[in-house]
Design a protein around this ligand. Structure first.
Ligand SMILES: Nc1ncnc2c1ncn2[C@@H]1O[C@H](COP(=O)(O)OP(=O)(O)OP(=O)(O)O)[C@@H](O)[C@H]1O
Length: 403
């Protein structure tokens, strides 16, 4: 339904991401292409400054792209070659931004009604129609009982819902949501994720959601586009993105992972799995990025919850050379009780592996354990250059102190 094709946007700037040495413009959006189907909640997820907001603002008509094509159904919003640029107020989009921009001197009802009251005469509904439309939206967003209340007398969550209501009153063809939950405290933010998702599903809304919060993206999205340095690096359903990262950047940016570097030592043509030899252990996994061959450098991503621990009674080989795939012997270094899980950091040779166990399993430091890792859940990916890897790792939730 929405098609974005080869979108490019540059800004005057320091040249941090210029295309050539003598080009001092910042390349904020670098050839971004994606489409969003009817009823989808499509998320642009990436670290600060990667170009998410600029992409969204280009769709909204608040930025004029340098090139590319944007169309919603058969309505072309922007086309660089054909020099089409539809004004923002003719695109029929609903927008909710980080700052809700609620009018403090107006009631809840008037705030919600505002965008419709400023429509050109021909498109403005009658008073009765307007009242019906606004009340219907306030019902849906659970604000009807507060219609006459001053907007300033709403809680943070209610103000967020009002911002959403205001965007819905215009009956938009597409909703654009830019970090709409980031001003809320952690608990409310989590509750609002479900609320927003419910509303989106019940109303059959098509939405583009911008966030740098990977948990929010995983919980809410139909599909996620992971963005880095102005480019989309992977698009997929939340589970695909999490379980089958195509690059180190995605593996480390989305969720916590154990990332090991090594060389591909064997490829099993029967099931497409491969063995990567790292300095301390040989790990089997499946290739989830571009295909690798024996001798290629590789990275291995092991999610902590995929590492199963048992007491070491049968003397597993520390380096995994026992013949059984991904069975290692190690010693628990630290453990941390996190309420809904217990994390252990285990030393396997010089390599530390982080595990996430059910809280029923808690193994004291100093104990020897066998680690078993289902190789079908281990991602083998091409190694990133150091700069990209650092950006992903810095943005992810770091394993932290497990002590
Ligand atoms: N008006 C502007 N003038 C100059 N540079 C800009 C402008 N707007 C954005 N940029 C630059 O373009 C790049 C992308 O910015 P953008 O706001 O799209 O990123 P973002 O991924 O949405 O980040 P955040 O999550 O921090 O909002 C950044 O390097 C930013 O500094």
């Amino acid at each position: 339904m929405l098609v974005v094709d080869d979108l490019v946007k540059t800004f005057d700037g320091s040249g941090r991401r210029a295309r050539s040495a003598d080009d001092t413009r910042v390349l904020a959006v670098d050839g971004v292409s994606f489409d969003v189907q009817d009823g989808e909640l499509f998320t642009l997820l990436g670290p600060s400054g990667c170009g998410k907001t600029t992409t969204l603002r280009s769709i909204a008509g608040l930025e004029r792209p340098d090139g590319g094509h944007i169309a919603l159904g058969d309505r072309v919003f922007f086309d660089g070659k054909r020099k089409i640029n539809t004004p923002a107020n003719s695109r029929r989009l609903g927008m909710v931004f980080q700052s809700y921009a609620i009018w403090p001197h107006m009631s809840v009802f008037d705030n919600a009604a505002f965008p419709v009251t400023v429509l050109p005469r021909g498109r403005r509904p009658s008073r009765t129609q307007l009242r019906e439309r606004v009340m219907r939206v306030l019902e849906v967003t659970d604000l009807a009982a507060m219609a006459d209340r001053a907007a300033t007398k709403l809680s943070g969550g209610q103000q967020q819902r009002l911002a959403l209501a205001r965007a819905l009153v215009g009956e938009p063809d597409l909703m654009l949501l830019d970090e709409p939950l980031s001003n809320l405290d952690a608990k409310l933010r989590e509750a609002m994720r479900f609320e927003l998702k419910r509303l989106q599903r019940e109303l059959g809304l098509t939405a583009i959601y911008v966030t740098h919060d990977q948990a929010e993206a995983l919980a809410m999205s139909s599909r996620i586009a992971v963005v880095n340095e102005g480019k989309i690096v992977q698009v997929g359903k939340p589970r695909e993105i999490y379980e089958r990262p195509a690059s180190e950047f995605v593996a480390t940016f989305v969720g916590v992972t154990n990332l090991l570097r090594g060389t591909v030592a064997a490829v099993d043509a029967a099931d497409g799995s491969c063995r990567v030899d790292t300095p301390d252990l040989s790990v089997w996994g499946v290739m989830t990025g571009s295909p690798l061959q024996v001798g290629d450098d590789a990275a291995v991503s092991i999610r902590p919850e995929c590492v199963q621990l048992d007491a070491d009674t049968d003397g597993a080989r520390a380096d995994g050379s026992s013949g059984v795939r991904n069975e290692f012997s190690g010693e628990v270094g630290t453990r941390a009780f996190l309420g809904d899980s217990v994390d252990h950091v285990i030393a396997v040779g010089k390599q530390e592996i982080r595990n996430r166990s059910n809280p029923a399993q808690s193994i004291a430091p100093g104990n020897r354990v066998v680690l078993r890792i289902d190789h079908t859940r281990v991602a083998v990916i091409p190694p990133a250059d150091q700069k990209t890897a650092a950006a992903g790792a810095a943005a992810t939730e770091t394993p932290g102190d497990a002590g």
